[in-house]
Structure formats: C-alpha cells, structure tokens
Design a protein around this ligand. Structure first.
Ligand SMILES: Cc1ncc(COP(=O)(O)O)c(C=O)c1O
Length: 433
C-alpha cells in the first residue's frame, strides 16, 4: 500500500514505520487503492472526468503539450516520492545481503519492470534495456552498430536532435554517410513516405532510421510496411518512438523493426527520466554497448548488457511501473481511441475556421493525437501566448509558419478542445478589430 503519511512529509516515526514495507514492494499490487483508474471502464464523459481528478494540473488549465512532457497521475508521483522517502529513512537497515530489498538500480537486471514494458509493446523481456530517455536509446544504436566508413544511414530532415545527433557524431568521427531525405509538408499518403526511403537507398545503405511520429509536425510514418521492405533488403531499421509509447499502441514483433526507443515520460505519463530501448533478439549480439560497467560483456541476458550506466534512481522505476499499471488499467487501445477522437474533434473544428491552417497530415493513416496548426494574422509564439492568456490553453509554438502543436491526452476533454476553437475564433475577430 502507498504510505500517504510519508508523501505528506510528516514525522520520523512515520518514516521508520515504513521500514516494515520492503523498498521494492510494487505499488501496483494495491489493486483497490484510491488513485487508480475506476475498475470498470465506461466510455463516457463521466469516466474521463473522474480520471481527470487524478492529475495535479489545476482544473481550469488545459495542458496540451504532452509531446514535450506528460503530467504524471497523482499516484505515479506519489509512488516515486514514497519510495525515495523510504529509501532515505531506512537506508541503515539495508545489509546488502542477497534477497533483501534493493535500494539501488544500475547494477541489477530489473527483470520485473523490463517484463512489464515488454508486455506493453509486444516484445520479450530480454529485448528491453532501460535507458534514461529516447536520446540515450538513439545513441546506443548509432554508436553500437558495426558500421564502416562509407556505409549509409537514411533518416529524414524532420528529426528531433534526440533522433539525429548520434548519427551525425558518428558520421563526423568515423565517416559513415548520413543521408537526409526531404519530407513533403504535409505528406499526402503513406506511399509518399515509403518512397522517400526506397528511392534514397543504395547498395551502401545499412540503416533506415525512421521517426514513427515526428516531433515538429506530427508526421506519422508507416513503419510496419517500411520495416518489411527494409528487412527484405537486409537493412537495419531503428524507430524513433519518443512520441509513441502511451500514445499509439504497438506490437514490436508484428512491426518487425530491429530497434525502437521511447521516452515514457511523455505519453505514458511516467516520471521524468525514464526511457527504454528495444533491440530484436536476433540483432542484439551484433550491437556493441556504448557505456560499460560490470555486465557490459554479459551475453546471457540480452539487453541487460546495454544498461550498464552505474547508479540510477530506483524510485523512478517504481514510478514507471505505476505509470504502466495506470495505463493498462484503462487499456492502451481505449487510451488511443479517446485521444485520437479528441484530436479529430479539434481538426474538424479547425476546418470550420477559414483562417486556420492544419500543417500536420490529414490522411487517416498518417494522423495521431497531435495536431499542428496555425492562425492567419498570428505568428507561432503569438498564437501560443494568445491561447494561454485568453483561456489557459497550453500548446507549444513550433515556429513559423507552422503555428502551435496541440497534443490531446486523457487529461484533456471535449470542452477543452472546444475552448481552443472558441479562442481561435475570438482571436480572428480580435485581429480584424
Ligand atoms: C521524435 C523525438 N525524438 C527524440 C526526442 C528526444 O526525447 P528525450 O529528450 O526524452 O530523449 C523527442 C523529444 O521530444 C522527440 O519528439
């Protein structure tokens, strides 16, 4: 059970009382505890309003920037704080003998949480390495693949630095060739995106690095088909999925990619500083680690070799466990259906405003819960600030001419979407006046 007294930072007595509970106890086992999604799913507004109360964002603030960072449900945050408190209060009782609660991460395989992540994304436990974020995952792949000078890696001109920079570093230092394909904005259909990679491929191409959903303009790539084509040609596929986990439900074995990395502190609403890297079992042995500590050469436990980072923060993993549990209790498909429908509502409303332009794709296979849109008469920052100042709608400016990025998540509601649209209409009138 979660110890609320510790969370509230009360007495030393409370801290010591917590000793009775091992530091590794899973908060998720408290199935009837308050703070979890209602046990019976009901796809109605009452259900989602109940869930909204589990977030710390004030009721009058509409937060639409999950693509940068998610907001953790109360119980996820509380799990982290409780665990950290307990570790510090009871640390003298830790005798370091086998079988006693662990206070440390960075040296152990963390099999339980890897298994839970693996189940969420349709992978095997040994294919998952825990990382700090997507950027670390990208760097492990860019550094670790056995590439030679002149070998080509294809990626797009729409990459986030956390999907690109490791490749650029390797290019500058070791002479691989990074080829950036130009993505049309917005793309009209999936085939257009597939053709970009196919047409750029040469006999020297060894890697397709594909952003499953781009950060800037929310362009969704048809990754499953692209992985199939790449595999036929013996090309390694690595998917930048920073924007995916907790947003678009995936099954990695079905997708058929070789590597995939994500940042659960975005859409999975996990504590900040959580990430993971998946490497397909048949590809694992071919990937060198980038960082090394005691198990860097351990080929018996798959991707454990790729998480030799020294001491980390076990409490963040407890929070990740709780975030997965929270997500699973609603159901990944239900989360996706809900947030896609909010985004559809937004796009439908924007189409009714002649001064609004939607820059993110509108082909049904290329859309997501993220919409990028601009408003005539306002630059991106003015639009972002106008939405916030007029009606506490927080989007993120994406530069001109693209306007703002608006990510719909489970803490958003149809009313908040409608408020965005009403504010945009007012802003149009404001410019005219
Ligand atoms: C597509 C994409 N890749 C990589 C990253 C980097 O993520 P992180 O900073 O969590 O490593 C981001 C962050 O927004 C992103 O959107």
């Amino acid at each position: 059970m979660i110890n609320r007294r510790l969370f509230l930072g009360s007495t030393l007595g409370a801290a010591l009382a917590a000793r009775a509970r091992p530091a590794h106890a899973s908060p998720a086992s408290a199935s009837d505890a308050p703070g979890w999604p209602p046990p019976v799913f009901q796809d109605d507004e009452a259900y989602w309003r109940t869930l909204r109360r589990e977030f710390l964002i004030p009721a009058d603030e509409a937060f639409f920037n999950t693509g940068t960072l998610g907001s953790e449900p109360r119980i996820v945050l509380q799990t982290v704080v409780d665990h950290m408190t307990q570790v510090d209060a009871t640390i003298a009782h830790w005798d370091y003998k086998a079988g006693h609660p662990d206070y440390l991460t960075g040296y152990e395989p963390e099999t339980e949480i890897r298994a839970k992540l693996a189940a969420l994304v349709g992978a095997d436990t040994e294919e998952i390495a825990l990382t700090q974020n997507a950027t670390v995952g990208m760097n492990y792949v860019a550094n670790g693949l056995p590439l030679r000078p002149g070998d080509e890696v294809i990626l797009t001109d729409q990459e986030h630095p956390g999907g690109r920079s490791g490749w650029d570093l390797r290019s500058k230092r070791y002479g691989i060739y990074v080829k950036n394909v130009h993505v049309p904005v917005p793309p009209q259909n999936p085939q257009q995106l597939i053709d970009l990679y196919v047409n750029a491929t040469t006999p020297q191409t060894k890697v397709w690095a594909i952003p499953m959903l781009t950060s800037g303009l929310a362009i969704r790539f048809p990754v499953q088909e692209m992985c199939r084509i790449a595999r036929e040609r013996g090309i390694f596929t690595v998917i930048d999925a920073a924007q995916i986990c907790g947003h678009i439900h995936v099954n990695l074995h079905e997708m058929g990619c070789d590597a995939f990395y994500s940042s659960p502190h975005k859409w999975l609403l996990a504590p900040k500083g959580n990430g993971f890297l998946y490497v397909r079992s048949q590809r694992l042995n071919g990937l060198w680690s980038t960082l090394a500590s005691s198990n860097w050469d351990n080929y018996h436990d798959g991707a454990f070799r790729l998480m030799q980072i020294g001491t980390g923060n076990l409490s963040l993993l407890k929070g990740l466990d709780a975030a997965i549990e929270f997500h699973n209790r609603i159901g990944p498909d239900r989360v996706q259906a809900r947030i896609f429908s909010l985004a559809e509502r937004l796009r439908a409303g924007l189409k009714q405003i002649p001064q609004a332009t939607i820059w993110s794709p509108q082909h049904p296979e290329l859309t997501s819960a993220t919409t990028v849109w601009a408003l005539q008469g306002y630059n991106a920052v003015e639009l972002m600030d106008g939405l916030w100042e007029r009606s506490k709608v927080r989007c993120r400016a994406m530069g001109d001419p693209y306007g703002v990025r608006q990510c719909c998540h489970i803490y958003n509601s149809p009313e908040e979407v409608d408020r965005t649209l009403a504010t945009a209409r007012q802003m149009v009138l404001g410019r005219r006046g």
